[in-house]
Design a protein around this ligand. Structure first.
Ligand code: BGC
Length: 339
């Protein structure tokens, strides 16, 4: 105590808030305002509350997190090639924080901000956090007003709703970066099913080439449930071998919101997680960059979002939000016992 570092931590920690949501079926969710993150999701396994995602014990540990644990990523999650893009003939340059590219919104991205907690609407089942991202923030144009609402239902759905508006055209692509292991030691024995018929081809820096590849006859075909660890361990696919796992953007089939877009299952704990979303893709990332107190593959992310680098691929659905438009996206994580 007393060193500059610890006094800095205390100062920053004083702004930290933990919000707990709970339902009457034994599910609890902890949200922290630093990065509008999901810190914990506990769901009963054989009547014992069990952690479903990766997290740090202490909320202050998130301040030094490099892995985007449970985070709200933005303004533009995933990669923007060269950190640059053009809107209406004007070029914008963002800071580069992933080799030559910009990842998850830049160096000081939304996962590193203290979001405001809306006390007026807060309850045991719901909380809204908001943030104002000023014009020029991380190089992005326009003042962006945004909020994320977390709501826990009695039928064990954690719903995440993003809302935003801007006063000048800007790209926006928000996602949640929770790492799931459904109470297992890692994600290797989980089964995954995804309603995706195509994946974005990427180069070794994870930047889309622009090609959209059908998943048929490939190790990207999760249309029937497949064991994640077996798939990535036995693969002959060049990109999967090079990366040592999945870090790919799966284009979701056009299906009604009410149909799950991905289902992750733990046979051991007899639990399934269904992901519902109106986003166009899911980035499946199997956590092979995790290190330090976490091991590779200790959890996997199912990041519902728009196509990677839509800002430099005009044939992908656009990320651009205009001043007269409202950005509104939804992700639901539903947990179920499958006994
Ligand atoms: C990306 C990974 C990246 C990770 C950072 C994921 O969304 O796809 O490439 O390393 O975020 O934790």
């Amino acid at each position: 105590m007393g060193s500059m570092n610890s006094s800095l931590e205390v100062e920053q920690a004083s702004e930290l808030e933990i919000i707990t949501l709970a339902n009457n079926n034994g599910m609890t969710v902890e949200i922290i305002n630093y990065g509008a993150r999901v810190k914990s999701i506990k769901f009963p396994v054989h009547n014992k509350p069990t952690e479903m995602i990766l997290g740090y014990d202490s909320a202050t540990d998130y301040i030094t997190d490099d892995f985007y644990l449970g985070a709200t990523c933005g303004r533009v999650c995933n990669r923007i090639a060269g950190g640059n893009f053009e809107i209406a003939g004007r070029e914008y340059q963002l800071p580069l924080n992933d080799g030559d590219n910009c990842l998850h919104g830049g160096i000081d991205n939304f996962s590193k901000r203290y979001w405001a907690v809306d006390k007026a609407t807060q309850s045991n089942s719901s909380v809204t956090l908001s943030l104002i991202s000023p014009n020029g923030d991380q190089g992005f144009p326009g003042t962006l007003n945004l909020s994320v609402t977390y709501q826990l239902s009695e039928d064990n759905k954690l719903s995440i709703e993003y809302l935003a508006n801007t006063d000048s055209a800007t790209p926006i692509n928000l996602t949640n970066h929770a790492y799931f292991n459904l109470g297992e030691q890692d994600c290797q024995s989980l089964y995954l099913q995804m309603m995706s018929s195509a994946v974005l081809e990427t180069d070794s820096a994870n930047i889309p080439t622009g090609n959209i590849i059908p998943v048929e006859q490939t190790d990207y075909n999760f249309r029937e449930p497949a064991c994640v660890g077996k798939r990535q361990g036995n693969t002959q696919d060049k990109s999967l071998k090079e990366k040592q796992g999945y870090d790919h953007c799966f284009v979701l089939d056009n299906a009604p919101f009410a149909e799950p877009k991905a289902v992750l299952t733990s046979l051991k704990n007899q639990i399934s997680l269904s992901v519902y979303t109106d986003q166009a893709t899911i980035q499946l990332y199997t956590g092979f960059y995790l290190s330090g107190e976490f091991g590779s593959y200790q959890g996997l992310c199912l990041e519902a979002q728009n196509y990677t680098d839509a800002d430099n691929n005009k044939h992908f659905p656009s990320n651009i939000l205009q001043p007269n438009q409202k950005y509104q996206r939804k992700i639901i994580y539903q947990f179920e016992s499958i006994t």
